[in-house]
Design a protein around this ligand. Sequence first.
Ligand code: ARG
Length: 587
Amino acid sequence: MKDSIRHLIQQALTRLTAEGVLPDGLSPTIQVENTRDKTHGDFASNIAMMLAKPAGMKPRDLAQKLIDALPADAQISKVEIAGPGFLNFFQNSDALAERLEAALADEHLGVRKSGPAQRVVVDLSSPNLAKEMHVGHLRSTIIGDAVARVLEFLGDEVIRQNHVGDWGTQFGMLLAFMEENPAAAESELADLEGFYRAAKKRFDESPEFAERARALVVALQAGEPECLRLWNRFNAISLSHCQKAYDRLGVKLTPADVKGESAYNADLANVVADLRSKGLLTEDNGAQCVFLDEYKNAEGNPLPVIVQKAGGGYLYSTTDLAAMRYRSQVLKADRALYFVDQRQALHFQMAFEVARRAGFVHAGMELEHMGFGTMNGADGRPFKTRDGGTVKLIDLLDEAELRAYELVKERNDQRAAKGETPFEEAELREIGRVVGIASVKYADLSKHRTSDYSFNFELMLSFEGNTAPYLLYAYTRTASIFRKLGKGTEEIGGHIELQAPQEIELAGKLAQFGEVLSSVADKGTPHLLCAYLYDVAGLFSSFYEHCPVLSAEDEGTRQSRLRLAALTRRTLKQGLQLLGLETLERM
Ligand code: ARG
């Protein structure tokens, strides 16, 4: 709706420019917002205030000219001027009801991508295999997963790429340790973190061990078979740990999505050779560099992207350049989204620039770093265990499930005390699992990805506010209506008629699902979908409070309200699913 209002305003502006009321050459960004107070209509724009000065008119006068020039539209019942010169748009509730009917009749809730479908590479999760996956990779995994799901729902073709760190010098140390303790390695690898620490200790203590480790890196890079065997064994174990975390998180990643750094190894020499033949390389202290003039260090000197070290070794950037070329030329992507820590922003800006200059990616390909902030502890400091260690993702999920279980158990006891049928133990465990995982994921997804946030179990497990328990509970309320009715959402006759203000507000929100999903897809920001679902749940609850559904005064109203409840139910379910959250019918 906002898009179509923007379009209407654009037409009015064009007309006023042609008539000489507005000067040529204005191309303002037209802002359209939801109004807070519905007596001021449903949408508002400040365009008349923005253009008053260049037009040399009073804002309210320009607003009137704009209203006169606006083309008629069936969706809009009237437009008014308010305050200093806002344009307030009122939706036509019959047209709105019709849109909702169309959504109800469509498996896809009436949502379609407006532009052409694209092929999109989503680079997500991408942990380093040398160590256990830790909480830092949670964000990359679940934000990337949510955006990938939204893109797919809108009709894009998504190629997930788990660019795991499975190459590099730390593997020499790990292989040397495996070689030294073949028997112990098997059992100790169950705890990668401990294994890494033990290997590091040996490395620091014993010069012979360190030397062996370095020799093994060289042997690995030369493809020595025994070395490769150990390396494969190690990676298989580490990846199986990751896969366990993905499965528990309900993230759509499989072993087939793994395309690690090592996969590009054979191409790294070509990357450097191609940069050289394009005249982009400069040697600096023996290292091969691409200097980008627009990036300067603190002293004002150009910063290099180093693609080969003086000793001949390749770097993280070299691998990323090879990966970009692969994504453009082999995967034929129109767009590549990188869900990686914000602290790598400069790396990506520079690597993207080098890839463009070198022609490694086709000119139309969009490369976007979807950076995210740090997850801190409740104290606002980087998230650590009590003894200062990194928190393992799996431990965090265990705790979340346990806490959620205890919470639902408590509510269950209260239910029993009131004489209601309590849940069985197995059901409680299942509810605890779904609520626990959803809470961890939702707490993360609901924050703007670029901000740091504090991990806080109490807040994320609260039944009030913008939390998973609140939304999952709201969803179960829609379930209970249809359970009481004994019918499915698709079995309701009649049609939607919007009368009460609560019905109109809920309806207006439900009609915005598609717009919200497009923004999530464009900007890679699932928090917009979270905020939207939270609004839907809140509006549904005031609708439910003010507008009796099952006991509505007449059959037509009853059916209309049931249809609204059905669409709410499907929108919440679809939205939560796109965020990667499971739903419950009762809790
Ligand atoms: N393994 C890297 C890390 O943990 C993230 C890789 C992200 N993807 C990429 N194409 N660079 O920091």
